[in-house]
Design a protein around this ligand. Structure first.
Ligand SMILES: [Ca+2]
Length: 348
């Protein structure tokens, strides 16, 4: 008995192994199993209220949601995967289930930003734990071409396909976690700006900051900074990891001597930003994103022994103009921050 049970077990194991390894269909033919991608679900929640600049916006919400602040808080889902083969990847989704938005949800979406596809955009390679990763943003909303109704994505499968494009060393170096700040070595000079403008730094200004202008090669002047817009409060949105070098113009640098009439030009920014909101009426087309914590943006100037980043010349377009502009809108804002009626916290 014991022996026959063992043989039976071995036969059963063999059949099971055959079924698992090659697949088996009811008509007796052996089929090849191809691994199926997992079914992924988006866990939608009730629309939420977001208080911003004194107004309450209704926004769509789901687990792990992020928002495009410049698209009326259009929600998106971050997709990421390591590029282990060293080539860039692109996500391909297969839609399994969608649902038409409820009337309540409809009021929380700006349809102007939607298309007939669940769009995936802003592909970016960043390094995490020394491995390049592909990051993309999936907008889980679309307008159904047939019905014209707005649909949300409920379940889908995701596959990453190689684009064949190699992840370059430069892209790897745009790491989300730099080894150290550029400010860890060298001598740095801090410059503040309050408006969006091209700023001129002449010999007197550089000397007043303490730079021995006669001993430097103007080709080695560098300016670092990331502008000054208030940081997004959403973790999923893009954040700089370190100061970036700005392309600047240095008049008279080619002779290697900073002469009396030589100067540096760079584009400095305001901490407050104008946002363009397409599709809105003229009164609300532009909104101002005020920086609550700073009134000045800072840039950092250094001179070392390597050439700095310079503004490149761009050839003029040879295309024939199709539209002549004869006017423009200008925006002004008057806000003195003179009183805080509730005398508490940040004004929104
Ligand atoms: Ca010169």
């Amino acid at each position: 008995m014991e022996k026959s049970r063992k043989i039976g077990q071995i036969v059963a194991n063999a059949v099971l192994t055959l079924l698992l390894s090659s697949g088996y269909s009811q008509n007796g033919r052996v089929a090849t199993i191809t691994p199926q991608p997992d079914l992924l679900k988006i866990e939608w929640q009730k629309p939420e209220g977001l208080k911003k600049q004194g107004k309450v916006y209704k926004i769509l919400a789901f687990k792990d949601v992020s928002y495009f602040e410049d698209k009326n808080y259009l929600p998106y889902l971050n997709l990421s995967t390591p590029c282990l083969s060293g080539t860039k990847l692109q996500p391909v989704i297969e839609v399994f289930e969608t649902q038409v938005l409820s009337t309540d949800e409809e009021t929380a979406v700006s349809k102007v930003y939607l298309t007939s596809e669940f769009e995936i955009n802003e592909s970016l390679v960043l390094t995490a734990n020394k491995i390049p990763h592909m990051y993309c943003k999936l907008v889980p909303l679309r307008i159904n071409k047939q019905s014209g109704k707005t649909e949300k994505l409920i379940s889908y499968s995701l596959q990453w396909r190689s684009t064949g494009e190699v992840v370059s060393d430069r892209q790897r170096s745009t790491s989300s976690f730099a080894d150290n700040s550029v400010l860890t070595s060298g001598k740095w000079y801090k410059i503040g700006t309050t408006e969006n403008a091209v700023y001129k730094l002449d010999k007197n200004f550089l000397q007043s900051m303490g730079i021995n202008v006669s001993s430097i090669d103007p080709r080695d002047i560098k300016i670092f900074g990331n502008g000054g817009e208030i940081l997004s409060e959403y973790n999923g949105n893009f954040h700089y990891d370190d100061l970036n070098e700005n392309a600047i113009y240095v008049q008279g640098e080619s002779d290697g001597i900073f002469d009396n009439n030589d100067y540096v030009l760079f584009y400095g920014q305001s901490p407050h930003k104008w946002n363009y909101n397409p599709g809105k009426n003229a009164c609300t087309r532009y909104s101002r994103n005020k920086h609550y914590y700073a009134d000045t943006v800072f840039y950092f100037l250094t001179v070392d022994n390597t050439p700095g980043k310079r503004i490149q010349q761009q050839a003029s377009s040879s295309m024939v103009p199709t539209y002549t502009v004869s006017g423009f809108d200008d925006c002004q804002v008057h806000e003195t921050d003179g009183a805080n009626l509730v005398k508490s916290g940040r004004e929104l």
